[in-house]
Design a protein around this ligand. Structure first.
Ligand code: HXC
Length: 510
């Protein structure tokens, strides 16, 4: 065979591999409003940067007549490429080949790129569209999954791991994403469940649709499993590109610094009237975040879940910052189980990847009641406390209004290791609000005496000066100056070097 024929054969094989499960199945995928694995990769990485590995891999199963049905690539496209010029490793499950299900060889492809990602210090991105374990391969497939889960765990905190759920993902196909750092879902075409509606019906007799059980809305609003929800594959993939721009490639790196054209000393007079003097009046904390970040650009994480706390990324003078902010516009910004878990995981991610934290605090305390107590608010609230206390990245807190009770301690207080603590002149730092405190201290007073005592308590504690007298608050600042004050604090702490005591690992209350 001469070279010309060999080259032609290579081209044909390559084209065949790129067809996945064939034209009919590709059309079915498109008709369902979903892109193919290769179309998704084209959108994800910079043009002409994708390098594919293992294009010609096939499965080795001989059960159920599988030896007669082989597709080159075997249901997953894997390799590496660049996002904004930086290397990422990736794999995209190909639903047109056995429903993107995981075979032993398919798992090996994912494992290969995941190991390279860890060894070379670059993020790993999984575009998931898979019916789970390849049924025809039995335990071989399960072993493949277990290998992937093990690697996900070893990679955790070493390189960012991102998952997009872009189709019906079941069984093992959801546990690997669950071990990764961020999960993106598509509104009407992606699902995550351990088992689908049919099994649910046979086991629990519960009637539930695919969407109710594991659609994007469910996981973005109810379960908190997912972090982002987008309209379609393309917007989901674009959102991944945006997230990547905020993150470092690995835990030894800093996030990329973007040239900043937004003046660092930009003041905002509107902020002086954003926070109402009445501690019971709501306001939208996102207005503050959006006012102070570079070019007003805030990338919110878990926007639809536990909205009483806001988390996400913005840049301050070009550097990535992780924001954690109580949201007085939603349940008064109270700390409950969901908001504690949501923010604790975010704080730990930022700490693992050298992203400084800025905390905006306005919180009435922990949500009381049997629902919360039976649900374990004590241990879940402790997660947030633990996460802030253990974090060694620069940590800045600004108390915008209420810092009551345990919530004062939890929300990155000086005592649990914050580097700079600031407060607005209207801040109230106390064990609880005036009315509640007087009610406990003087149970039998009423009328004028009650009003007088509440006023005395308010004068004594509803301000930031008691804490400032003790040095627990470093600076009291005008709201309009928030941006420059935060940038100064972040600059001052940029070279912070702190280490926790050596240990195998801590024991965060799970
Ligand atoms: C082999 C599979 C498959 C699987 C789908 N296919 N899932 N092949 N193993 N797990 C094949 C189908 O036979 C079909 O092949 C093609 O993929 C498309 O599937 P459809 O059912 O036609 O598509 P759709 O109607 O969109 O439904 C998608 C689906 C459904 C919801 C994912 O296929 C499904 O319920 N699959 C099984 C899910 C599951 O229970 N997996 C095992 C989980 S256990 P053709 O040739 O017709 O195109 C698990 C263990 C690990 O993962 C647990 C670790 C903790």
């Amino acid at each position: 065979m001469n070279n010309e024929i060999k080259y032609k054969q290579f081209e044909e094989k390559s084209n065949q591999a790129e067809l996945g499960g064939g034209q009919a199945r590709v059309e079915k995928q498109h008709a369902a409003g979903r892109l193919t694995a290769r179309e998704r990769i084209d959108l994800l990485v910079d043009a002409d940067t994708f390098v594919e590995f293992d294009k010609f891999v096939i499965h080795h199963s001989t059960n159920f007549g599988m030896e007669k049905t082989k597709f080159m690539g075997d249901g997953v496209v894997s390799g590496y490429g660049k996002i904004d010029g930086r290397i990422v490793y990736l794999y995209a499950q190909d639903f047109t080949v056995f429903g993107g299900s995981l075979s032993r060889t398919n798992a090996n492809k994912i494992i290969k790129v995941s190991k390279l990602a860890m060894k070379n210090g670059a993020p790993i991105i999984g575009l998931n569209d898979s019916g789970g374990a390849r049924i025809q391969e039995g335990v071989q497939s399960l072993a493949g999954y277990a290998d992937i889960f093990w690697l996900n765990t070893k990679s955790s905190g070493v390189v960012p791991q991102i998952s997009a759920i872009l189709g019906p993902c079941a069984g093992g196909a959801v546990y690997s994403p669950a071990l990764t750092d961020f999960i993106f879902m598509v509104k009407d075409t992606s699902y995550m469940f351990v088992t689908g509606p049919d099994v649910v019906k046979s086991v629990t007799n519960e009637e539930v649709t695919k969407k109710e059980l594991g659609g994007a809305v469910t996981h973005n609003t109810k379960s908190g499993v997912a972090h982002f929800m987008n309209e379609d594959d393309e917007s989901s993939i674009m959102a991944i590109r945006e997230l990547m721009a905020f993150l470092p490639s690995n835990n030894m790196d800093d996030a990329p610094r973007i040239p900043n054209n937004d003046p660092i000393d930009r003041t905002d007079e509107k902020l002086n009237s954003l926070v109402p003097a009445d501690p019971n009046k709501p306001y939208d904390i996102k207005e503050l975040i959006e006012s102070v970040v570079d070019n007003h650009y805030f990338y919110e994480v878990q926007e639809h879940y536990a909205q009483n706390i806001v988390i996400g990324y913005g840049r301050m003078d070009g550097r990535t910052v992780g924001f954690v902010a109580n949201q007085p516009a939603f349940y008064a910004g109270v700390l409950d189980i969901d908001s504690s878990i949501k923010s604790a995981r975010f704080v730990r991610f930022c700490d693992a990847f050298n992203i400084p934290l800025v905390v905006f605090e306005d919180v009435p305390g922990f949500l009381p009641g049997t629902v919360q107590e039976y649900g374990g608010i004590i241990k879940h609230g402790a997660k947030l406390l633990y996460a802030f206390a253990e974090a060694t990245v620069p940590k800045i807190t600004l108390i915008t209004r209420k810092a009551y009770g345990g919530a004062y301690c939890v929300m990155n207080s000086k005592q649990i290791g914050a580097d700079v603590n600031m407060a607005y002149p209207g801040a109230e730092i106390a064990v609880m609000g005036a009315a509640g405190a007087v009610n406990i201290l003087y149970r039998n007073i009423e009328g004028e005496e009650l009003t007088k005592t509440v006023n005395e308590y308010t004068d004594a504690f509803a301000n930031p000066y008691k804490a400032a007298e003790m040095g627990y608050i470093d600076e009291i600042i005008m709201p309009s100056e928030t941006r420059i004050k935060l940038i100064q604090a972040l600059e001052m702490t940029a070279n912070k070097s702190e280490q926790n005591p050596p240990k195998k690992h801590g024991n965060i209350p799970l």
